[in-house]
Design a binder for this molecule. Structure first.
Ligand SMILES: C[S@@+](CC[C@H](N)C(=O)[O-])C[C@H]1O[C@@H](n2cnc3c(N)ncnc32)[C@H](O)[C@@H]1O
Ligand SMILES: [Zn+2]
Length: 259
């Protein structure tokens, strides 16, 4: 499913079916096969680096770099040392919003968590066997997601470093894009939303979350002091936009009203 972010040609990285079994860890770099593209992508971390800046789409590259440096120092959401798959599943199933996503997204849907951070939502949704792709700007966050993915044996999760302004995904290829707590960190939310809409499959969904108590559902419970400093419950919204009419949008909207 991963594409060259320059020309959008499918790259033979990620799951075996895309690359005829090519071992990601065995290659350092991959060259895009499109004539004249010139894209060369680093695979050295075991997580493809498909980040490409997009100033012509309204990205303020310096602002993106500031955000990256912030999250490199404070990857989010963090894991507790005691966190294991059971704890993640218990938290995900205990919260009405994440449980609704888990119940409503069909097991065969492909899910992309854009700006996944340490990937807790995507990892949780992969437990039912869904193919999940987690994309983020920040190595520190992707490293945490990768460590959890490996320890828990979540084999249907793929991770890559990428830019929300220029997603390494084919147009109309994503069933469910989850975009939680990210758009307000970008200098041009309109351009970012247009990019999300580009990759969405007709009939698919974008689940767009701003700061709210449901968006932090997979974190360990916080005390009131932490909750206040994280802005929980402070005039927040969860917006679920569907291109289709399935129940996910309906239940998600109910979550939005409650938030
Ligand atoms: C508040 S965290 C949200 C993490 C996760 N979605 C969650 O809800 O727990 C914001 C994340 O957005 C990522 N991010 C910010 N700007 C980005 C960009 N231009 N491209 C990709 N990821 C970006 C950051 O690296 C960070 O991990
Ligand atoms: Zn290319």
């Amino acid at each position: 499913m991963l594409c060259c972010p320059r020309c959008l040609r499918l790259l033979p990285v990620g799951k075996g079916e895309q690359g005829a079994g090519r071992d990601l860890l065995g290659a350092d770099r991959i060259a895009c096969a499109t004539e004249g593209c010139g894209g060369r992508w680093d695979l050295g971390h075991g997580i493809p680096d498909l980040y490409l800046a997009a100033p012509e789409r309204g990205e303020d590259v310096a602002a993106t770099e500031r955000v990256r440096l912030f999250y490199e120092a404070r990857p989010f959401p963090d894991y507790r040392d005691t966190d294991d798959l059971g704890a993640l599943v218990r938290r995900g199933r205990a919260n009405p919003f994440t449980r609704a996503l888990d119940d409503e997204i069909p097991p065969r849907a492909n899910v992309v968590e854009v700006g996944c951070g340490a990937g807790q939502m995507g990892l949780f949704l992969s437990v039912a066997g869904r193919q999940v792709l987690g994309l983020d700007l920040t190595w520190a966050s992707l490293g945490l997601a990768d460590a959890f993915r490996r320890a828990a044996g979540l084999l249907t999760v793929t991770l890559a470093r990428a830019n929300v302004f220029r997603l390494p995904l084919a147009t109309g290829s994503v069933d469910v894009a989850i975009f939680n707590g990210v758009i307000h960190h970008t200098a041009n939310p309109r351009a970012v939303f247009a990019e999300l809409a580009r990759v969405g499959r007709p009939g698919g969904y974008v689940v767009l979350g701003l700061y709210n108590r449901y968006g932090r559902a997979l974190l360990p419970p916080l005390g009131p002091k932490h909750a206040r400093s994280a802005g929980a419950g402070a005039g927040c919204a969860v917006v679920v936009t569907g291109w289709g009419r399935r129940a996910l949008g309906h239940r998600g909207s109910q979550a939005a009203v409650k938030a």
